[in-house]
Design a protein around this ligand. Structure first.
Ligand SMILES: Cc1ncc(COP(=O)(O)O)c(C=O)c1O
Length: 396
């Protein structure tokens, strides 16, 4: 199968599962087991000593989880991967792995709220400091590097303003100054953007979102460009902190991944249709979408993303009251946080996902009270447009 490189559309279906030892089961079998019996004492000893490969106990490895890990590593152009019980378990594992007490981390100026919370814990407990900065060009990033800086941690697009980080600039700075580059790639999915190919060291996902795609799993994935480095994390932080993924969740994610390419195409196409509608809607002020031709960062988007994805943010005229009134008049579109599901979801960052960010900082990041974030689902776009049209009428 590996005679020539496979397209990602094929990799999401086949990678990591070729053998026919499982009664020819076409679907990856679910190994819902916590432990594995050894043929004899000597085998148990040699598994533990590392002389013989094989499974020991499911916190250290599980065959169903391993298929998912191999698959995501291939999709993300990495060498190996680890599956975790949540996106935050993946974030905390990699940040713990690359830092020690007293270090400094450079972050994109917007990061997921709980990642920010984790950095606060790291600062309080271990004096690991961080700066949240714009990352438009190399000079801008270099200004903030200190002798104790060890890594650059970023999200692109940034939630919920959809501002992009210039991956090329970050990678150049990382290489020049020996800093590890870690990208939370949740928002684009591994189908639309592959930061390891662009030179990043690690990529992580809240698999809860596009990778699963069906809103029924919480999980995380971490991909590295070096096998040994991932093996080290498996044998230390993942083993001893223990935030592993369950075999059943891995099985569901393997199923979800098979349709990732067609889902991402549909999410992106639907988003473009909704943007065309929103542009002509009199109650809408601003629209934020990476592949919008009017987006000043459209060039960066085209360089690092294959399509725009399913997330759109926009502001409604009339402030918070109008934004909330609009949401309350939607019927098909559900008011919910999370993203990447088949259902279209809308949320109000100022009072929901970013309510914990001080108002001043929110405004500085462009998160106004009238901003709404839409996770465009897989429904027929005409039905979504009709739902929004009706809700906008409530603002007349
Ligand atoms: C960008 C991003 N990273 C990480 C996470 C954390 O993932 P999880 O909720 O799976 O722990 C989220 C969750 O919303 C997210 O949006």
């Amino acid at each position: 199968m590996k005679d020539h490189p496979l397209h990602k559309d094929t990799v999401v279906i086949h990678e990591g599962y070729e053998d026919q030892e499982h009664y020819g089961s076409l679907a990856v079998p679910l190994y819902q087991t916590s432990t594995y019996s050894f043929e004899n004492a000597a085998q148990g000893a040699s598994r533990f000593s590392g002389n013989e490969e094989g499974y020991i106990y499911s916190r250290l490895g599980n065959p169903t989880v391993r298929v998912l890990e191999e698959r995501i590593a291939a999709i993300e152009d990495g060498a190996a991967a680890l599956a975790f019980g949540s996106g935050m378990a993946a974030v905390s594992a990699i940040l713990t792995h690359v830092t020690k007490a007293g270090d400094h981390v450079l972050c994109s100026r917007g990061i997921y709220g709980c990642t920010f919370g984790l950095l606060k814990i790291m600062e309080d407990k271990y004096k690991i400091t961080h700066d949240l900065i714009r990352m438009d060009n190399e000079e801008e990033i270099e200004k903030f590097i200190r002798p104790e800086t060890v890594c650059i941690y970023l999200e692109t697009p940034i939630n919920p303003t959809m501002e992009l980080v210039n991956l090329e600039a970050v990678v150049n700075v990382g290489k020049k100054h020996g800093l590890q580059v870690i990208v939370d790639n949740t928002f684009t999915s591994p189908y639309l953007q592959n930061p390891i190919s662009a030179g990043a060291d690690f990529v992580l996902h809240s698999a809860t979102k596009y990778i699963n795609g069906h809103g029924d799993v919480v999980g995380g994935l971490l991909v590295g460009k070096e096998k040994e480095e991932i093996a080290r994390i498996r044998g230390t932080i993942q083993k001893d902190y223990g935030g592993i993924m369950s075999p059943f969740d891995a099985w569901l994610l393997i199923r979800g991944l098979k349709t990732l390419p067609i889902r991402m195409e549909r999410h992106s196409n639907n988003a473009e249709k909704l943007i065309a509608f929103l542009k002509n809607e009199k109650h809408v002020e601003e629209i934020y979408y990476p592949f919008d031709k009017d987006n000043p960062q459209f060039d960066i988007a085209k360089r690092q993303m294959r399509a725009g994805g399913g997330l759109i943010s926009f502001t409604v005229k009339g402030g918070m009251q109008a934004a909330q009134r609009f949401m309350d008049h939607l019927q098909l579109i559900k008011i919910a946080v999370s993203l990447g599901d088949a259902e279209t979801l809308i949320q109000h960052p100022a009072t929901m996902t970013h309510s914990g960010v001080p108002a001043e900082d929110r405004l500085e990041m462009g998160i106004t009270d009238s901003l709404l974030r839409l996770s465009v689902g897989l429904e027929h776009p005409d039905d979504l447009i009709r739902d929004m049209k009706t809700a906008f009428m409530a603002l007349d």
